[in-house]
Design a protein around this ligand. Structure first.
Ligand code: NAD
Length: 259
């Protein structure tokens, strides 16, 4: 079989948290284009349904939406039950839902800190753990991709994001820990560290939007990345050609963090 054929995801089932929009939506489209059935798991069910309908109208794959709160174990278990009942298998987990708060450390409340850590780190743990359990039970491996960030590697001025940066650094160590624990089950666990990407999180954030010009001036490529520029790495990590790739973090930031 030729390499591009080997990279296809036909016959596989994937869930994407935070799949209603932005990076998650873009990767959900790519998984479906590569042949996988996709579950869009998002807190925003209305938008998730819209995305599922949009992808289903152009791809052969089955795409459904499931309302999911990644911080709530009951909600995550419900997602897994739906996947088992509807598809009877899980091969790929993209644990991607995340939020950002730009608040100076001295002003951050405990509730704000906890919210960011809960969604970005505990949410990734809960969804990866639930996916891992199914994959162990199935006994034929799988691929888990967790969304970290360039902010796990560098602390970029000027926006104050201590909770966000800490949560994303945590995602990378969590990823490496799971990669080692589950290597014996042939479950590969990797993380993705995007730089600034044009999504609602950046373009529609009142606090971040005014900084875009500044970021572009700093960036070696003088632009934001697009969600589509994260598709191919995720398809690679999800599929069988990355069979020896685990515990790795992929920085996709147009060289921003190289300074
Ligand atoms: P986005 O705001 O466009 O989309 C995030 C999605 O996650 C939304 O649909 C939202 O409803 C969903 N979500 C939020 N909380 C949730 C919860 N508790 N349970 C389930 N779903 C929830 O964001 P994006 O830019 O696409 O970011 C996706 C991921 O990429 C995040 O983890 C983010 O931190 C990370 N990231 C983004 C950038 C960037 O510049 N956009 C850079 C690095 C990393």
């Amino acid at each position: 079989m030729k390499i591009l054929e080997k990279m296809r995801l036909d016959g596989k089932t994937a869930f994407v948290t935070g799949g209603a929009r932005g990076i998650g939506k873009s990767v959900a489209i790519a998984f479906a284009q590569a042949g996988a059935n996709v579950i869009i798991a998002d807190f925003d069910f209305k938008e998730a349904e819209k995305t599922a309908t949009e992808i289903s109208s152009s791809e052969k794959a089955t795409v459904i939406a499931v309302k999911t709160d990644v911080t709530d174990q009951v909600s995550v278990n419900n997602l897994m039950d739906i996947i088992k009942n509807r598809f009877n298998q899980l091969d790929i987990a993209f644990c991607n839902a995340g939020i950002c708060m730009n608040i100076p450390a001295e002003d951050m409340t405990l509730a704000q800190w906890a919210r960011v850590i809960n969604v970005n780190l505990t949410g990734v743990f809960l969804t990866a753990q639930a996916a891992g359990k199914i994959m162990i039970e199935q006994g034929r491996g799988g691929s888990i991709i967790n969304t970290a960030s360039m902010s796990a590697h560098i602390v970029n001025v000027p926006q104050p994001q201590c909770a966000y940066n800490a949560s994303k650094a945590g995602v990378i160590q969590l990823t490496k820990s799971l990669a080692i624990e589950w290597a014996k089950h042939n479950i590969r666990v990797n993380s993705l560290s995007p730089g600034y990407i044009g999504t609602d999180l950046t373009l529609n954030s009142k606090s971040l939007q005014p900084l875009i010009q500044e970021w572009n001036a700093m960036a070696p490529m003088h632009r934001l990345g697009s969600p589509e520029e994260l598709q191919s790495i995720c398809v690679y990590l999800a599929g069988d050609t990355s069979s020896f790739t685990s515990g790795a973090d992929f920085i996709i930031d147009g060289a921003f963090s190289c300074f």
